[in-house]
Write a protein that binds this ligand. Structure first.
Ligand code: CA
Length: 274
């Protein structure tokens, strides 16, 4: 891991040209335990990300020099940090474009500091997917015949093999947070990884878009449970990106199947196929 200049605190970078909003965002992040630094332009922001190795970046779309989408593309060439886009526009297309460019989440302005905190907390709580955070209380008696990977063995899972999920030539390592296909690593964002992990874990069962929204927010998301149409569209975009990456690497564009009007699932493939 990168050691962060500012002591033990994780770094955060706020890219925002409005001074008042920038100060507010920095204050919210500092309260959340981050060493936050602000950048007033896109270029400054890209430089700050390269220097600080932040865990979290908040990114305004409307910036004076280069726009937020371009900033995001530049950030993504060097960092897989969590990026929250702040958009002042109500057009959902802005949000979707940002998600396509690799953002993890978005908040519309004007925002409530509490909501932003909740989103950041949730994002940071979900990193170690292999070590299950309290399994969901709802027990769905799905058609899990046979060898579903028991998601949460509370009696202490074996340290290594428990975090590996396989489907055909695809292998996800929850501990290392890597996904490989026939040995080739897939360049996934954190959100894409989390969604793919959840679909694989479900072993062929359908996951609704609403469930996947919650997965992308993190299991322990509290206080902001409303799932909007835009949230669901965001999941569709993440899944489309995932499919493209899977198709490029594995030549298997149909691995993630759409269940119309419901959600998505992954078709189990045998490891000997191909
Ligand atoms: Ca702005």
């Amino acid at each position: 891991m990168n050691s962060v200049a500012a002591g033990d605190r994780r770094a955060a970078v706020v890219i925002e040209d409005d001074l008042d909003i920038r100060n507010l965002l920095c204050a919210v992040l500092e309260q959340g335990g981050f060493a936050a630094s602000g950048a007033a332009t896109g270029r400054e922001g890209v430089d700050a990300v390269r220097q600080e190795h932040p865990a979290v970046v908040t990114l305004d779309i409307g910036l004076p020099d280069i726009d937020g989408y371009e900033v995001l593309r530049r950030i993504r060439t060097t960092s897989d940090c969590y990026v929250i886009v702040l958009s002042g526009r109500t057009d959902e297309m802005d949000v979707l474009t940002a998600l396509q460019a690799g953002a993890d989440d978005y908040v519309l302005k004007p925002f409530r500091p509490r909501e932003l905190r909740a989103r950041i907390d949730a994002m940071l709580r979900r990193p170690r997917i292999g070590q299950p955070v309290a399994p969901p209380a709802t027990v769905t008696p799905g058609p899990s015949g046979g060898t579903a990977p028991a998601p949460a063995a509370t009696t202490g899972p074996p340290p290594d093999a428990a975090d590996l999920l396989r489907n055909g030539n695809l292998v996800l390592d929850g501990e290392a947070r890597t996904a490989t296909c026939s040995g080739v690593e897939l360049p996934l964002t954190k959100t894409e990884f989390n969604l793919l992990h959840e679909l694989l874990r479900s072993n062929g069962a359908v996951r609704t878009k609403e469930e996947l929204v919650r997965v992308s927010r993190g299991r322990e998301y509290r206080g902001y449970n409303f799932v909007s149409r835009t949230d669901e569209r965001a999941i569709e975009v993440h899944i489309a990106n995932l499919r493209q990456k899977l198709a490029r690497t594995s030549g298997d564009p149909d691995l993630i199947t759409t269940v119309r009007g419901v959600g998505f699932r992954i078709m189990p493939r045998s490891s000997t196929s191909r």
